[in-house]
Structures are given as structure tokens and as C-alpha cells.
Design a protein around this ligand. Structure first.
Ligand SMILES: Nc1ncnc2c1ncn2[C@@H]1O[C@H](COP(=O)(O)OP(=O)(O)O)[C@@H](O)[C@H]1O
Ligand code: SF4
Ligand SMILES: [Mg+2]
Length: 310
């Protein structure tokens, strides 16, 4: 059984400009211990899918479909049960770690609080566990740094704190939404290395959200490529990397390899004004008549009329 099984997830927002379909029939699975990457350009719906799983969507969102976690549909859970599940079984880290920390509480106390919520232990034990967690995520001199405040931590160190808090409850699923995007390149590599080691050490499943294919390839077993709210390709990371089926995935790979401009030519369509047929057709060099009229179906992990997986 999959740990996470998302089936036909639809998330939309009613806005003045029209309905924004940020997640359109999104379906994918993550097995126990598997690392899956959700990739796509900015604005294609990656964070919204993650927030849907956590049930932390903004109030104006409408959601339908199924999100099975260990066989239970998260969307039908009572709010209280969901709150328990969040943090304990599913934890999430974000792009801007500093914004997620309380500026007036010491970093150590915040980690200890996360431990206490899940373990119902004494102050002394939670403090020791927090220090251990700080050491585990590579924060030097954890005893000393325990009583320091978030402003005394660099971006990379603050992200380590967020990872420590996320791991406090030994979650079976960790969602990391662009965890290294706001960091310097060398620090990015260190955080990726840390995440990679931790998920394999604890056999945690990982949903990594990134627009960086290099990061995804280093860490993930499988990949889901999103474009304008929908999935256009999914499969094993090694297969997709070697033999991308969809023209958009091919363009993303070329852009990442440095052989082409750093980004895919053209821009993502407005989600309120999606083109008919294949959503990628205005940017696709292979586009034909049928592409402009009929939305392709997903076949063998690729959603394209012309390009097929060999
Ligand atoms: N509260 C909201 N109201 C209306 N539209 C929203 C809201 N939140 C996100 N969106 C829209 O949903 C789309 C997907 O956003 P997001 O998931 O954040 O993209 P990504 O993480 O892939 O960059 C975007 O077009 C964004 O503008
Ligand atoms: S369906 Fe047509 S427009 Fe869309 S990606 Fe395939 S070839 Fe390009
Ligand atoms: Mg995002």
C-alpha cells in the first residue's frame, strides 16, 4: 500500500479575474521510504498541492478528490484529527525558514516545544531531545545555540532548525517546499545532503517541491512534472531524466543542462485564461492542429498527443 495516494485532486480559487484551477485532476502516489519530486515552473500549483495535503489552504480555496494517507482520506478527517496528524505523521518545511520561527522565543525552546507536543514528556527530556536534534541536523555547539534567538541564525542554520522541528515527531512523510531556494549555492548543497541522509536514516518518505532539476535528480526516486495546474509527466527519476517523454520536460532538462537558455522559452499561461487543447501548445515547437483543439490524455506517464514514451 502507498503511504500517500492522491486521487484526482482539484483545488480552485474563485477570483475577480475568474476561476484559478491551481490543481487539476492531480494524481500520484508515494511509497514508504520513497522520495518523490514535484517539479515545474513558478505558479504551476506545486505549493497548493502541498498545502492541500496538509489541509492548510487559504480560506477561498475549493478542494475535491481524495488524499489517502496510510489508507485514511485526509479530506474527510475531522479538523482535530487532522491537526494531530499534521506535524506528527506529516511535517512540512518551507522556503523561508526565518519567517516560520517565532522571533521572541529561543530556537531551542521552539524545538523543545515541538518535541513536547508529540511526546508529552517533561521539560528536561524535551530540552535534551531538542539539543540532540540540533546536533543531528548539524548545528554546531547545540547546547550554546539552544538559547539563541532566530535573528542569530543564518538562513542555512534556520533551515536546519526547521528540519529539526519537522523531525521532532519522526513523521512518516516530510514535505519540503523549495527548502533551498532562498539559500546560497554552497549552503543549498549542504541542506540537500542533510535531507538526503536524514530521510534514508529514518526511512521517511519525502515530497520534495523544487523548480531545480539538479536538486531533484540528486535526491529523488521518482518525479511528477506539473504544468499550469496539471501533471504532464510522471515516472521513475532515472527514466525521466534519461528519456523525458513530454516536450515540456525535455525543455526543462535542456534549460537545466545549460545547453539552452536557463529557462524554458515563453511563459506559463494565466491559470484563469488557459489555452484550449494542450496547455503547453503556445510554447511547444512540435505543436500540431490536434494540440490546439484537444487536451491529450496521460498515456504511459506522458500527457502528449505526439511524443510517446518509447
Ligand atoms: N489564495 C489564492 N487565491 C487565488 N489564487 C491563488 C491563491 N493562492 C495561490 N493562488 C494561485 O494558484 C496558482 C498556483 O500557485 P502555487 O501553488 O503557489 O505555485 P507554485 O508553488 O508552483 O509556484 C498560482 O497561479 C497562484 O496565483
Ligand atoms: S500535445 Fe502537442 S502541444 Fe502539447 S506537448 Fe505534445 S506536441 Fe506539444
Ligand atoms: Mg511554491
Amino acid at each position: 500500500m502507498s503511504l500517500l495516494d492522491i486521487v484526482n485532486l482539484n483545488i480552485s480559487f474563485a477570483t475577480r479575474a475568474g476561476v484559478v484551477q491551481a490543481s487539476d485532476e492531480v494524481s500520484f502516489k508515494i511509497r514508504k521510504g520513497e522520495a518523490l519530486c514535484l517539479i515545474g515552473e513558478s505558479g504551476c500549483g506545486k505549493s497548493i498541492v502541498a498545502l492541500g495535503i496538509m489541509r492548510l489552504l487559504p480560506g477561498n480555496a475549493r478542494i475535491s478528490g481524495k488524499i489517502f494517507f496510510n489508507g485514511r482520506d485526509l479530506l474527510s478527517l475531522h479538523k482535530k484529527a487532522m491537526r494531530k496528524m499534521r506535524g506528527r505523521d506529516i511535517a512540512m518545511i518551507f522556503e523561508q525558514p526565518a519567517g516560520c520561527l517565532n522571533p521572541v522565543l529561543s530556537v531551542g525552546n521552539q524545538i523543545a516545544e515541538a518535541v513536547k507536543i508529540h511526546e508529552n514528556c517533561s521539560g528536561k527530556i524535551s530540552r535534551q531531545r531538542a539539543v540532540d536534534l540540533m546536533a543531528l541536523v548539524g548545528i554546531p555547539c547545540p547546547c550554546k545555540r539552544y538559547s539563541q534567538y532566530p535573528y542569530e541564525f543564518s538562513g542555512g542554520m534556520a533551515q536546519r532548525v526547521m528540519i529539526a522541528m519537522a523531525l521532532a515527531s519522526h513523521p512518516s512523510l516530510l514535505i519540503a517546499d523549495e527548502p533551498t531556494t532562498s539559500l546560497d549555492v554552497t549552503i543549498q548543497a549542504q541542506i540537500i545532503e542533510l535531507l538526503k541522509n536524514l530521510v534514508s536514516q529514518f526511512n521517511t518518505s519525502l515530497l520534495l517541491i523544487t523548480h531545480d532539476l539538479g536538486v531533484a535528480a540528486q535526491m529523488c526516486d521518482s518525479v511528477v512534472v506539473m504544468y499550469a495546474g496539471g501533471i504532464i509527466e510522471k515516472g521513475r527519476m532515472s527514466d525521466v531524466f534519461k528519456n523525458p517523454g513530454h516536450p515540456y520536460t525535455q525543455a526543462l532538462l535542456k534549460a537545466a543542462s545549460g545547453k539552452e537558455p536557463a529557462s524554458v522559452k515563453g511563459s506559463v499561461p494565466e491559470l484563469t485564461r488557459l489555452p484550449d487543447g494542450c496547455r503547453f501548445h503556445p510554447r511547444c515547437e512540435l505543436s500540431q492542429d490536434i494540440c490546439r483543439k484537444i487536451m491529450p490524455q496521460m498515456k504511459k506517464g506522458v500527457k502528449c498527443h505526439i511524443q510517446k514514451k518509447t
